[in-house]
Design a protein around this ligand. Structure first.
Ligand code: DON
Length: 313
């Protein structure tokens, strides 16, 4: 199978649809991004990375960061993390507050905003926000093998300035006594993790551990234990696209995580990590062209996690 050709064909086939979908205007800094950007990077465990389009241009990873923070919160807290956040799809938009009251401040899963606010709190633990951000930054730089990975402070400020909804979620959870750290400290980390600027190439390389039982196959660095990698993939499949997760599984069939910056990270266990980027979103905050690109790659490779060997061509 010629993966570079599949990546190139996918980019070329879809390129004339660049600009489809709508930008995430609720975070003002994200509304300024060029809607015609389009990138694909596919990394395999042997260290190869197949790229097309704007694959070396950094963009705001937004909710994709929730995957990395979940992995680290689990490493710090172990299974006790699951006392504070659930593992079920929510069926609601990413920033919904409706379930929180009925379910006593325990968010449905770690990928909706409320759930990520809790995992961020547990990731901070007792270190304070600055140490936690530094830890995450260093870790992502190491995993991406690139010290250029950075936080776009302008995006973080923009989101904080427009952060009434996330503040509401965090205060609501805090009211149930379910945050270890002060709300503003938790949010200061949350806004900065969402504002990490990474390219598709960096994201795909960083995420290979998900496809490789928790260990980066290139450096040998252990990110999390094998069962946790498997479970994070399960949660990505079921909850990674909020109220669009069923549709994404139906069309693509990869564990995936979207971000309102227009990136999608997909992990295909044993095979590859793929990052795509196109800023225009569907109604659930998933990149429209990005999902199309992943669907096409799934069909071309036969890699849908629901495919049998006979589907492969
Ligand atoms: O908290 C927010 O609303 C954003 N920083 C992240 C939301 C997001 O990326 C949803 N994913 N598609």
């Amino acid at each position: 199978m010629n993966l570079q050709q599949i990546v190139d064909d996918t980019w070329n086939t879809l390129a004339d649809q660049r600009g489809c979908g709508t930008l995430a205007t609720y975070i003002p800094a994200l509304a300024e991004v060029d809607p015609n950007k389009f990138a694909i990077a596919l990394a395999t465990p042997d260290g190869a990375v197949h790229c097309a389009g704007d694959a070396d241009e950094p963009f705001s990873i937004q909710s994709i960061s929730k995957v990395f923070v979940l992995a680290q919160a689990l490493e710090r807290q172990g299974p006790a993390l699951w006392d504070a956040v659930g593992r079920e799809p929510s069926g609601d938009p990413f920033n919904s507050i409706v379930q929180l009251e009925r379910e006593k401040g325990i968010p449905r899963n770690p990928f909706i905003n409320s759930g990520a606010i809790v995992t961020t709190d547990r990731f901070i633990d007792d270190r304070g926000p600055e140490d936690a951000v530094t830890d995450l930054l260093q870790r992502l730089r190491r995993m991406a093998r690139d010290d250029a990975v950075t936080i776009d402070e302008r995006v973080a400020r923009s989101e904080s300035d427009a952060g009434a909804r996330n503040r509401s979620l965090a205060f609501f959870i805090a009211d149930f006594g379910r945050l270890l750290n002060p709300v503003e400290e938790v949010l200061s980390v949350y806004f900065r993790q969402c504002a990490f600027a990474m390219s598709c190439r960096q994201l795909a390389e960083t995420s290979l551990f998900l496809a490789s039982d928790g260990t980066d196959p290139v450096s040998g660095q252990v990110m999390c234990d094998p069962i946790r990698a498997r479970r994070i993939n399960a949660l990505m499949l079921l909850c990674g696209h909020y109220d669009n997760s069923g549709q994404f599984a139906f069309e693509v069939g990869f564990p995936g995580k979207s971000g309102v910056g227009g990136g999608i990270l997909a992990s295909i266990p044993g095979k590859a990590a793929i990052a795509v980027w196109s800023p225009g979103l569907n109604r659930s905050g998933t990149s429209m062209l990005g999902a199309m690109a992943l669907g096409r790659i799934a069909r071309q490779t036969g890699w849908s996690v629901f495919s049998g060997e006979s589907m492969r061509h």
